[in-house]
Design a protein around this ligand. Structure first.
Ligand code: GAP
Length: 439
């Protein structure tokens, strides 16, 4: 892939209103990004699709949306205060800090101080949670944390969900929401940021009697994540790898983890994760809170902490992978080949000429019909070729032109983004063509 691909995508994202650098008028804030008019549509489409697939269309998963700031005891119980750390080393020459395990960045830094032997400090543990204070006094006693994962708010609400719904094991609780990490070395556009969104499911299962019993759920979720990446996000399956994480490298809570890695232009990196958290979280919340966090089996009367399989999918990384996978450049033609279901605009409507009221009125009537069901763009500027090019960059699957023939026989030209094929269809057919492309 082209070495400049990340620059090209970053520039397209800004130019077309997908993603802007945050607080740019003040010189920006490194690794903080804002989603613009097209970006927010892409983001919302991904969230909605995820919610439809994993919550709305299933009987065994319910959703929730919790607060970002919780009682700090949550993070004591979850182990994040003690264990959610990265090993940090500091260059004694320029005092820049790096993650000790990011060997390529350390090597790169050594080449910056050409010829000088760098002395590094001993690795120190650095907690990734952002701290803030409740109330006016910045007192240690009032310290709270911005959640570093959405998962814990699911665990602390486990009993609430049990008592307010009719879920029975196995079942899941899903959540989409912001998470915050004071990453030492963020970067690569929206790949690693300090503020991001996660789409997580905690899937609770009965206490497994043996490895086969939890492994079957684990494998099921491994397949579901592949289905999501390949069939919903439309990512190229040849760029996706399952990496079974060795014991020493797993998070403190996990008995098995698979990282789903994607071939980003800057290397093969983690896109999503799947972990077997066993009963780690519910058990620790019971210990810390003194409240019963067990599930009660109605038939046997038995009480136990269910085990948990956790599919965890980053929303921002989903967006980045979709942008990279969709970016096509050929003879100066740039196309974002999003799946229709993800495309910010599903169609664009063009009157052939902007100075003919009869064409404008007819085009406006189609635009108004389509807008009732879909996000649709309107463009009456410049020649049709330029309008196509503009919609190709925005990833709009269909462009519909209203011309003089439309006024005679009620047909329009529909032009398909990827094939560039054009055909004439009836004015009244357009709605169903777009609808069918979303399936
Ligand atoms: N609850 C489990 C958990 O949080 P994780 O592997 O630390 O596991 C899950 O994070 C997912 O969240 C990652 O696979 C990635 O998609 C996303 N993610 C994590 N840190 C991120 C960051 N700094 N910027 C963007 N996305 C991030």
């Amino acid at each position: 892939m082209d070495n400049n691909i990340m620059e090209k995508i970053t520039s397209l994202c800004k130019r077309r209103g997908f993603i802007y650098p945050n607080s740019e008028i003040y010189g920006g804030l490194s690794n903080s990004w804002d989603f613009g008019p097209l970006g927010v549509e892409l983001k919302n489409n991904i969230k909605l699709l995820w919610w439809k697939k994993f919550v709305r269309s299933r009987n065994d998963i319910v959703g929730m949306d919790a607060a970002i700031i919780s009682n700090p005891k949550v993070w004591e119980a979850s182990g994040h205060i003690a264990n959610f750390t990265d090993p940090l080393v500091e260059c004694k020459i320029c005092h820049q800090r790096f993650r000790e395990d990011f060997k390529d960045q350390i090597k790169n830094h050594e080449s910056i101080h050409k010829g000088i032997k760098i002395v590094w400090t001993e690795a120190k543990k650095f907690n990734l949670m952002f701290k803030t204070f409740i109330g006016p006094a910045e007192d240690k006693a009032d310290t709270v944390y911005l959640r570093p994962e959405t998962a814990q708010s699911i665990f602390i609400n486990f009993k609430n969900v049990l008592s307010s719904t009719r879920v029975k094991l196995p079942f899941g609780i899903a959540q989409i929401g912001k998470a915050f990490r004071n990453e030492i070395t963020p970067g690569n556009f929206i790949f690693r940021t300090r503020e991001f969104e996660q789409m997580e499911i905690e899937y609770f299962i009965p206490v497994p009697k043996n490895e086969i019993e939890w492994q079957k759920h684990f494998t099921y979720w491994q397949e579901q994540i592949h289905d999501w990446m390949e069939n919903n996000l439309g990512l190229n399956s040849e760029k996706i790898y399952d990496n079974d994480i060795p014991d020493a490298d797993r998070s403190h809570y996990s008995k098995k983890t698979i990282d789903f890695e994607y071939d980003f232009p800057f290397g093969r990196k983690e896109l999503f994760g799947l972990a077997y958290r066993a009963d780690y979280d519910l058990k620790n919340h019971e210990k810390k809170s003194g409240k019963n966090m067990k599930y009660r089996d109605m038939e046997s009367g038995e009480e136990f902490w269910p085990h948990v399989i956790e599919p965890s999918m980053g929303l921002d990384r989903s967006i980045l992978a979709v942008l990279i996978d969709s970016y096509k450049e050929n003879n100066n033609r740039i196309v974002m080949s999003f799946k229709s279901s993800l495309a910010p605009y599903k169609a664009a409507v063009f009157p052939l000429l902007s100075n003919k009221p009869e064409l404008i009125n007819k085009a406006k009537s189609l635009y108004d019909i389509l807008r009732q069901s879909f996000m649709v763009a309107w463009d009456d500027r410049g020649n049709i070729g330029k309008r196509y090019a503009s919609q190709d960059e925005a990833g709009t699957p269909y462009c519909i032109t209203i011309d003089f023939q439309t006024l005679e026989d009620n047909t329009v030209t529909i032009r398909e983004r990827d094939s560039m094929n054009q055909r004439r269809v009836d004015f009244n057919e357009v709605d169903s063509i777009i609808y069918n492309s979303l399936k």
